[in-house]
Design a protein around this ligand. Structure first.
Ligand code: GCO
Length: 468
């Protein structure tokens, strides 16, 4: 099993999901603070108020990361912790927190990878129209400059915005996520266009303020397909499905939120400087307003494509030059989120994304929720996650052998955390968190991941799925 030299082995988490201290240290409110208090929105009315208390325990958590052998840690900065209202006055205590976190990571040779936006929109900005307000991209650039000025002397890996599809699809479309809006497709696409502009301006700001050479990427969710067989026809069908943009009235099972759940509409502007033809056609009645020059702002030079890939559809050629989406066979494995487990999706996803966009691939998220609990010895034997991890990593090794530039892999997540509308019901961590005591336990998967990292992937060739 071969992985590139200097491959970045990491794990990730996001601010609202782990930090807690929602009302401490001068932090302002975010749309998630408010949304979690609205009845009926979150599983058992749970909130991120305390979460993993990472804000107070980050030093211990960094020690755990060291124990796992991580080379890199991807975390997000909370916009309202740094700028409570979203613009204007900066909260020094908030910046200090990230400053100390960065120092703690560097002290043990873990490279910080910062995501500037993982869904914590300051509440004040929401009141002013949120992502629908055309000003928001300038607000985001201003916030970017505050963070960059403070941290870019030590941080050189940056991701602007996490998963635009989720921000607008679940936040402004289905209302499942904060701020819980159910808007028209036109408004969803308008908000999305502003997210894209914010991305572009943020990249410009990072490059202008960086105190050392930086690598910058975006992390849209990689909604990808895999071929049913490796026939050229099926491979082409899955490629086509991966970059299709379906019309709002489509019955495609993955076309949630009127079809915003796709890759090309969101990735083409960032990585190619244009909206895709098939999207302009599919959305022709709903297109966002754009100004001349918007696409030039959105299309900034990027150093890598961050792909968040957890699962995928299986597709075959339909015999007429099109594709057909297949149901998984009865009894196929599912995560506790109900997501199909199809390990070769990292192979196919990375391959298709690299072919189209030509950027080195960083898998910025991949992982599974499973049912984990400490046994009588206090150990958490998460065999399903061990298998998931190893089988998915094989896809990266294979695609790297095909010549795709693979820069890194970040397992989601370093620790169990607040899974948005699902509250604490879903455990994604390689570290178990007891939310009553805040005790952490390294799961079996963390130990096996340590072996993978130490051997730069060679341990994956050992056939045992999970050593107990
Ligand atoms: C996402 C988010 C994460 C989630 C993870 C599991 O990809 O949806 O980036 O915050 O926790 O994906 O759903």
């Amino acid at each position: 099993m071969e992985f590139p030299k200097n491959f970045t082995w990491g794990a990730g988490a996001s601010s609202y999901q782990i930090e807690g201290a929602a009302y401490d240290g001068g932090k302002g409110l975010s749309i998630w603070d408010k949304f979690c208090k609205s009845p009926g929105k979150i599983y058992k009315a749970q909130t991120g108020d305390v979460a993993c208390d990472h804000y107070n325990r980050f030093l211990d958590d960094v020690s755990l990361m060291k124990e796992v052998g991580l080379k890199a840690y991807r975390f997000s900065v909370s916009w309202p912790r740094v700028i409570p209202n979203g613009y204007g006055k900066v909260n020094e205590a908030g910046l200090d927190f990230y400053d100390r976190l960065v120092d703690a990571l560097l002290a043990v040779n873990i490279e910080p990878w910062i995501t500037l936006y993982h869904w914590e929109l300051p509440w004040q900005l929401h009141l002013e129209g949120g992502w629908l307000n055309p000003n928001i991209s300038d607000r985001f650039a201003e916030y970017t400059s505050v963070v960059a000025k403070r941290l870019s002397d030590r941080v050189s890996r940056w991701i602007t915005i996490n998963e635009v599809q989720v921000i607008v699809g679940l936040g402004y479309g289905s209302g499942i996520h904060a701020p819980g809006l159910k808007l028209s497709l036109h408004e969803i696409l308008q908000a999305g266009h502003h997210v894209q502009l914010a991305h572009g301006k943020s990249v410009q700001t990072l490059r202008a303020n960086a105190k050392r050479p930086v690598l910058i990427g975006g992390a849209p969710v990689g909604v990808v397909s895999r071929p049913n067989t490796e026939s050229p026809e099926d491979i082409e069908a899955a490629r086509m499905a991966t970059f299709d943009v379906v019309p709002p009235e489509s019955t495609d099972p993955m076309a949630m939120q009127n079809g915003i759940w796709n890759s090309a509409w969101w990735m083409d502007p960032m990585f190619k400087g244009e909206y895709p033809e098939n999207g302009l056609e599919a959305y022709r009645e709903h297109l966002p307003e754009m100004s001349d020059g918007d696409l030039d702002i959105i299309f900034q030079p990027l150093d890598f494509l961050g792909a968040n890939i957890y699962h995928g559809r299986t597709v075959k050629a339909d015999g007429n030059g099109g594709y057909e989406i297949l149901n998984m066979p009865d009894g196929s494995p599912l995560t506790t989120m109900g997501w199909d487990i199809v390990p070769d999706i990292l192979y196919w996803g990375s391959k298709y994304l690299y072919e189209r966009y030509g950027k080195p691939i960083v898998v910025t998220e991949n992982g599974t929720a499973t049912t984990d609990f400490p046994d009588e010895n206090g150990e958490v034997i998460d065999s399903a996650r061990c298998s998931y991890l190893k089988e998915h990593l094989k896809g990266i090794s294979r695609v790297a052998a095909d010549g795709v530039e693979c820069m890194g892999y970040f397992h989601w997540s370093i620790m169990d955390n607040f899974e948005w509308d699902r509250g604490y019901s879903q455990r994604f961590g390689i570290v178990y968190v007891n939310y009553q005591t805040q005790e952490r336990i390294l799961k079996q998967s963390a130990k096996e991941y340590r072996d993978v990292i130490e051997s730069n992937g060679a341990s994956l060739s050992v056939s045992k799925a999970c050593e107990v």
